[in-house]
Design a protein around this ligand. Structure first.
Ligand code: DGT
Ligand code: CA
Ligand code: CA
Ligand code: ZN
Length: 615
């Protein structure tokens, strides 16, 4: 029973309370606790043992007690009581995109529907549309949601798989029998969602490693355990495969199981033409068989260990493997067969953006709107990460539930920001050199963090902005985003965003498609037109780094790059810790082939300023 299990416990409580129609603040508190615990980088059992549970954001005495109960007993009595009130199938219905607690409560009370299959049957039979607030359109949306759920079933968002993978790797890595261990598969390629986790280990005692693996605390079920590989189901229902190899085979196996399958197929074809053979067992020179055979053209799988005639080549790193194939190293994020092999052959692989290149974050919230921290706390967090600049970009007034700022409050905030910058300039000892807990860019030359006066202005349904141009023109940086009327037609939504980009004060479009990975589809929008519009108007597009958004997606960002549009990688952080999500944004940008020149906030602010339309 560890972090993920405690988080799942709180999430289930929140969901059940919502179905029950309980107090919304209470529900929010459990939701927040679930998220906080899931994001915790420390082992929660350690935090509990050291009596530090209440340091976790959103955890007070009552929730701390439930965590302790969960750690001791594997559940908590409050959850067990709630579970007894409702059939288990109700939670399953909540997984359907677009189906919330209110709908579940209604179909349960009015139609006695208790499971997802029953919900689907009722919707198909048209039995939902008579219910209050459910018309034929809602019923249709529910059916589409069920279809979507079925399609995505089994895949989990990358951000929820990553901590699980890291924790398993850490636990196995301390074993004396384990010489190396790494995450492979789609997670190593930083894909936004993953089907299962693939771990690869080097050891001369595979049986010991398999034994430990199948007994990790994260394991809920062992689905297979052989001499060199094992599969388990982990908390949260994620499948994890482990392969253990002797050290001399480690890198070819790591490469093989990193994939993608399509990338591997391309490499196998190339190997074949060079008289080599590559598979999960290693890299071999095949005597007297240069370029022959059908597999050379198709790259078809040939995974049997080669016969004794083949000479096994020494591969001591992935670089070695690519070198044997006459190629420079191709980073995992590029291994999708999207032209990377051709680019490598031609010596034109992109020099991918790196986290250390990032100089600032241009979209962050504070407690002036729906953020959790003050301007000063966010500024300190930015400074600790070695940033040169940080934009305070709160919501605007039409987002009333987020306490969006009107003109008057925004002007007050601008004064506060100016005062912060002035104070910093006075006491200029407060430079970046104390950046202790920063992973990114702490090697950067000292110099105070500059706060930028910014906003995330709402794009209204008709394409106008939520604040007058007069005040927007006074800001350092303006991100414009859609937060309402997601169900407009494709034409309306495209026109809405293109209209906003024509405004000379709009520097960037925030989270351009509005998707939430695994939870909300992108709104209908013609990204090709948006990209054209961005180029024509000189507007940047955001690559929102929040791992449940990653919006633009890698594909759209690559298209934008090819069209000559610059992108901004922003965390959209609502609390200081979430500034660390820059990591996800950078890897997503790498999947989009982005280089230094493509990324606005990889440049000094003075340079960025010259790229703005109003410059
Ligand atoms: P996922 O799990 O769906 O997110 O995606 P991956 O890429 O992790 O796929 P997975 O777990 O099925 O396999 C891991 C890697 O193993 C994959 O990227 C390449 C390699 N692999 C798996 N099956 C095959 C195969 O049939 N042929 C080849 N060449 N490689 C394979
Ligand atoms: Ca996988
Ligand atoms: Ca797998
Ligand atoms: Zn937003």
């Amino acid at each position: 029973m560890k972090n993920a299990a405690i988080a799942a416990m709180f999430q289930e409580i929140a969901d059940l309370l919502a179905i029950k129609g309980d107090d919304s603040f209470k529900i929010m508190a459990y939701n927040r606790a679930a998220r906080s615990v899931a994001e915790l980088t420390e082992d929660i059992a350690v935090v509990a043992a050291e009596d530090r549970l209440k340091d976790i954001p959103g955890i007070g005495e009552a929730l701390a007690a439930k965590i302790r109960e969960g750690l001791e007993t594997g559940t908590c009595s409050f959850l067990e009581e709630l579970r007894r009130e409702f059939p288990a199938g109700l939670l399953e219905m909540l997984q359907v995109p677009g189906v919330g607690a209110k709908t579940v409560a209604r179909v349960y009370h009015d139609l006695h529907i208790q499971s997802l299959p029953e919900l689907e049957a009722a919707a198909r039979a048209g039995r939902l549309e008579g219910l209050p607030k459910i018309g034929p359109k809602t019923q249709q949306n529910i059916l589409e949601g069920i279809e979507r759920l079925k399609r995505s079933q089994g895949r989990v968002p990358m951000w929820s798989a990553l901590p699980l993978a890291m924790s398993m790797v850490e636990r196995l890595n301390v074993l004396p029998e384990v010489e190396r261990i790494e995450v492979a598969g789609s997670l190593r390629r930083w894909k936004e969602s993953v089907g299962d986790l693939d771990l690869v280990a080097a050891s001369r005692q595979a049986d010991r490693v398999i034994q430990e693996f199948t007994h990790l605390p994260e394991v809920t079920k062992v689905t297979g355990a052989g001499e060199t590989k094992a599969s388990i189901v982990a908390v949260g229902g994620v499948n994890v495969d482990l392969r253990v190899l002797p050290p001399e085979d480690y890198f070819t196996a790591l490469h093989h199981f990193t994939g993608s399958k399509e990338h591997n197929v391309r490499l196998r074809g190339r190997a074949k033409q060079m008289g080599l053979k590559i598979n999960e067992y290693g890299l071999f020179r095949v005597p007297g068989d240069p370029g022959g055979g059908a597999a050379g053209e198709t790259g078809a799988e040939d995974s049997a260990p080669p016969d004794g005639a083949a000479e096994k080549l020494k591969v001591e790193s992935e670089e070695d493997l690519y070198r044997w194939l006459g190629l420079p190293y191709i980073p995992p994020e590029l291994r999708e067969d999207r032209g990377e092999v051709e680019a490598a052959e031609a010596g034109r692989l992109p020099a991918l953006i790196e986290q250390k290149d990032i100089r600032g974050d241009l979209h962050n919230h504070t407690d002036w709107s729906d953020g959790r921290a003050t301007i000063a706390v966010m500024a300190e967090a930015g400074r600790a990460r070695g940033y040169e600049y940080l934009a305070i970009a709160d919501h605007t007034k039409s987002l009333a539930f987020a306490r969006g700022l009107d003109e008057t409050r925004l002007r007050q905030q601008m004064k506060d920001i100016a005062a912060y910058n002035a104070a910093l300039a006075d006491g200029s000892e407060a430079d970046g050199s104390e950046a202790d807990d920063s992973e990114a860019g702490n090697s950067r030359a000292a110099g105070g963090l500059r706060l930028l006066a910014a906003t995330e202005v709402d794009i209204l349904p008709d394409g106008r902005l939520d604040l007058p141009d007069e005040v927007l023109s006074e800001l350092d940086f303006v991100t414009a985003s859609v937060h309402s009327n997601f169900r407009q037609t494709r034409e309306q939504m495209t026109e809405r965003v293109c209209q906003a980009m024509k405004n000379p004060n709009v520097d960037s479009i925030g989270h351009p498609t509005g998707r939430l990975i695994g939870r909300r589809e992108p709104y209908e929008i013609d990204m090709e037109k948006v990209i054209d519009g961005a180029r024509a108007t000189g507007t940047f597009l955001e690559m929102n780094a929040s791992p449940d958004r990653l919006d633009l997606s890698d594909r759209h960002a690559r298209e934008a790059k090819e069209a000559g549009v610059k992108m901004v990688i922003n965390t959209d952080a609502h609390d200081p810790r979430r500034l660390d999500e820059m990591l996800y944004g950078v890897h997503n940008a790498r999947r989009a082939w982005l280089e230094l020149d493509d990324v606005v906030n990889a440049h000094p602010w003075e340079e960025v300023r010259r790229w703005l339309k109003k410059a």
